[in-house]
Design a protein around this ligand. Structure first.
Ligand SMILES: Cc1cc2nc3c(=O)[nH]c(=O)nc-3n(C[C@H](O)[C@H](O)[C@H](O)COP(=O)(O)OP(=O)(O)OC[C@H]3O[C@@H](n4cnc5c(N)ncnc54)[C@H](O)[C@@H]3O)c2cc1C
Length: 276
């Protein structure tokens, strides 16, 4: 049986390991932390639970399709609850904005809190984000990324938007006058732990996806997804070795022959934790 080693038990690592196992590989994961999930993590204190990274699910069909691909039903592992409003924003001066997903409710809320002009700008902004989504849906989000798929009339027409140095903050400055609305839209950069001043404008795709397709909460907290993937790994006999930080590997004849983990001294008498 062919062997595959996956570095990291984040969502990406566990999903890759599961797909590899399904293809007939004997898979082992090495994770530096003591638990799965990576950025998807939580903190429990005094009876409360806090997400320390992601908290919201968009495009749930991607998760659903993954479970179908591996012959399972997502509902057997966790439950998704569709949200009426993805977030509630509060400012020091008492301004409150309820980020409704429903378009007419959102329309009313934008009008009431930010006024008609900024409301129109908001929908123009979402249309701008849609451009990136339309160019990426088939070529990147739902299929393997291949640069040649972007060599289309639309792709070439919008090529400069992908490579321009414009940040998310540059885009919110372009569309809005209201400082609070700029803050609100810049916040979407934090969805992947980025800064709106550095994240490229391509990430304007995130608010578009949330307002266009909706937002979901995982019952019991998003960490249920990490637990679910760990459970699937165990069902498929994929070993997860926690507390193993991979720092290097050895090769011979173009094959990996050994893995080197932190804590092991590199010398001629070096003891490798794992050799093949
Ligand atoms: C603050 C924040 C909020 C977010 N909000 C959302 C949200 O609401 N919705 C959403 O969908 N996404 C959100 N994201 C994005 C989402 O969290 C990430 O896209 C996703 O978790 C990345 O998963 P990953 O497996 O690719 O990487 P990671 O989660 O980073 O996993 C990598 C794993 O590899 C391990 N590792 C790294 N190096 C080594 C090594 N040398 N040896 C062994 N193990 C190693 C790490 O410990 C980690 O467990 C958010 C991200 C952040 C930071």
């Amino acid at each position: 049986m062919k062997k595959a080693i996956v570095c990291g038990a984040g969502i990406g690592g566990m999903v890759s390991a599961i797909y590899l196992s399904q293809k007939g590989y004997e898979v082992e994961i090495f994770e530096k932390n003591s638990k799965p999930g990576g950025k998807m993590s939580e903190l429990r204190r005094d009876g409360y639970r806090f997400d320390t990274g992601p908290s919201l699910i968009t495009l749930p069909e991607i998760l659903d399709n993954f479970f179908k691909d591996i012959g399972r039903d997502m509902k057997d592992y966790f439950e998704l609850i569709e949200l009426e409003s993805s977030a509630k924003y509060f400012w020091n001066d008492g301004t409150v904005f309820n980020s409704f997903i429903n378009e007419s409710k959102l329309n009313e809320e934008l009008d009431e809190v930010f006024g008609e002009k900024e409301k129109d700008n908001f929908f123009r902004f979402l249309k701008y984000g849609r451009l990136f989504y339309d160019l990426s849906e088939d070529n990147f989000l739902k299929n393997e990324f291949k640069i040649r798929n972007y060599i289309t009339r639309e792709g070439l027409k919008n090529f400069t938007k992908f490579i321009s140095g414009r940040s998310m903050n540059d885009v919110s400055n372009k569309f809005f006058k209201n400082a609070k609305l700029k803050q609100l839209l810049d916040r979407f950069a934090t969805y992947n732990g980025s800064s709106p001043f550095l994240a490229p404008q391509f990430f304007s795709i995130i608010p578009y996806v949330e307002y266009e397709f909706g937002a979901w909460f995982v019952k019991g907290g998003i960490y249920e997804i990490a637990n679910a993937l760990e459970k699937v790994c165990s069902e498929m006999n994929i070993g997860i070795n926690y507390g193993h930080k991979l720092i290097d590997f050895e090769t011979a004849n173009k094959k990996i022959t050994g893995l080197i983990f932190e804590g092991e001294k590199r010398s001629s008498t070096m003891k490798k934790i794992l050799t093949f």
